[in-house]
Ligand binder design. Structure first.
Ligand code: CMC
Length: 388
């Protein structure tokens, strides 16, 4: 039929119904299943939020124990997965290694392709959530030339992740509980954000009939871009490039004159302070209390101060987003810059799983296949090679 709307970037098109996450960008509100993000970040664990996203309700104590058991018992990966990751060059970006590890799971668990069976969907969702930190940590260990660390049954989801990353050969790595909680809060803040670019990629790949691993691998690809999850990495690079407080005004002028964007600023939906950025600022204080100050934080604070009072940013409603401060926390936790986007992918898996399931179980849904506005030639004569 005739084209009814042209909407690049789907700025004003709803492609699905969803009951998972609510955002009011003008008011700076983010809620999962009706619960405000501020409260979840303060009171919940990451796996509790993952349960909420997938099941629609906060778990009882017994439900949460069972859920944690079901996720955590799937933390081990097939030994071949380590070989897959180790077959990359030592300096390969961890997001590429993670994507390969995740998509390979589909071949280790062929039953994941049985999308019409709820038990199979659920089992493979548990497997993905359980194995994600294991694979993410393995990408890091490979890049620093260390053997991978097996998951430990004694540690919780986030603490185990930290141990798999940083455990030395001599001793089990136990993080300061304040640092573990800071990372847990970041995980909660990144768990879901309705129809963002990577979740849309997940839904699109799900819509042609794909398992959760293939869909999540597509999500990882979308997340890698600097306009999406790659922004946290880009923010740190930017802060380093600025280098000192006195160069902040000059940098801001450069952004206004079209020389690159202020990374970590602006959002498609939030035209007011990103509520997640507010929570993160509190976590920044906790982490720096344990780890000591980082001069890059002063540069970030100054950038924010100037931008929030500058007409260019005010007029365009550009505020700091979740990624403006998250990179500084990751750096304080000893993560190399390359790992930052991986640290976004691990918790966002909880959201991808909930949306993958919703996409597959919504009777309204069909294969996602947008229209185009054709701007090419009309039909013309084929030109033989000799006449071109
Ligand atoms: N610095 C400078 N100018 C900006 C920025 C920025 N960070 N973001 C937007 N603008 C300007 C843009 O140039 C445009 O100006 P004009 O109207 O004069 O052409 C106007 O603001 C609107 O921008 P847009 O690109 O049309 O907005 P969008 O909704 O398509 O893009 C965005 C949203 C997040 C991609 C964009 O703000 C951006 O590139 N920000 C920097 C990257 C970043 O921090 N991304 C993380 C997003 S939050 C975490 C996540 O979801 O991954």
């Amino acid at each position: 039929g005739p084209l009814t709307s042209y909407d690049p970037g789907f700025v004003n098109t709803a492609a699905c119904r969803s009951s998972i996450t609510y955002i009011d960008g003008d008011a700076g509100i983010l809620e999962h299943r009706g619960y405000p993000i501020e409260e979840l970040a303060e009171k919940s664990s990451f796996l509790e939020v993952a349960y909420l996203l997938s099941n629609g309700e906060l778990p009882t104590e017994a439900q949460l124990t069972e859920w944690e058991y079901q996720v955590n018992r799937h933390r081990l990966v097939h030994e071949n997965v380590y070989d897959i990751i180790q077959s990359f060059r030592y300096d390969a970006h961890p997001m590429a290694k993670l994507m390969a590890g995740v998509v390979s799971q589909m071949t280790f668990y062929p039953s994941s392709r049985r999308l019409s069976e709820p038990e199979s969907r659920e089992l493979n969702a548990f497997r993905l959530l359980g194995k994600m930190p294991t694979m993410a940590a393995a990408t890091f260990r490979h890049s620093i030339g260390r053997h991978a660390v097996y998951p430990s049954d004694e540690l919780g989801y986030v603490e185990n992740f930290l141990a798999m990353l940083f455990q030395s050969q001599q001793r089990v790595w136990r993080a300061d509980p304040r640092l573990v909680r800071a990372l847990e809060v970041l995980f909660i803040l990144h768990a879901d954000h309705e129809q963002n670019c990577s979740t849309t990629a997940v839904r699109t790949v799900a819509s042609s009939g794909n398992d959760v691993y293939t869909a999540a691998a597509a999500g990882i690809g979308a997340l890698f871009g600097p306009l999406h999850g790659g922004a946290n990495e880009a923010v740190l690079k930017m802060l380093r490039e600025i280098g000192s407080l006195d160069r902040v005004p000059e940098f801001i002028e450069g952004v206004k004159n079209g020389r690159g964007r202020l990374m970590g600023f602006g959002h498609r939906v939030y035209k007011n302070y990103d509520p997640r950025a507010k929570v993160i600022k509190k976590a920044v204080d906790d982490v720096f209390e344990v780890r000591g100050m980082n001069p890059l934080l002063d540069i970030a604070v100054e950038l924010e101060k100037i931008a929030l009072n500058d007409e260019y940013f005010v007029k365009r409603k550009l505020y700091p987003n979740v990624d403006f401060y998250s990179g500084l926390i990751y750096e304080a936790l000893n993560f190399p810059t390359e790992m930052f986007t991986v640290l976004f992918a691990v918790p966002r898996t909880a959201g991808w799983i909930a949306h993958w399931t919703e996409q597959l179980t919504d009777p309204d849904q069909r294969i996602i296949r947008p229209k185009q506005l054709y701007t090419g030639y009309e039909r013309r004569e084929y030109v033989p090679m000799a006449d071109r």
